[in-house]
Design a protein around this ligand. Structure first.
Ligand code: FES
Length: 81
């Protein structure tokens, strides 16, 4: 069930860092897109991927992204967290 909460992500911070400021913690380890610890499913929205851990299938078919380094392409991402 969705909380319906909307959080503004700073263009100067990562998704994980910005969410942490709101008290929403996504576990991280490398913060560079190489370990996969932070992998999160995207329910809606487009992602600009900067990781080197996810396959194309994981990104496109399963909707995963790495919020430690990847960014939204548009104005809104809906995440399964
Ligand atoms: S924390 Fe390692 S990929 Fe995000």
């Amino acid at each position: 069930m969705s909380t319906g909460k909307v959080y503004r992500i700073s263009e100067h911070k990562t998704v994980t860092a910005s969410l942490a400021e709101y008290g929403v913690r996504i576990p991280t380890s490398c913060d560079q897109g190489i370990c996969g610890t932070c992998v999160t499913r995207v329910i809606a929205g487009k992602v600009e991927h900067f990781d080197c851990v996810l396959t194309d299938a994981e990104r496109e078919q399963h909707g995963y992204f790495t919020p430690c380094c990847s960014r939204a392409k548009g104005d809104l991402l809906v995440l399964d967290i």
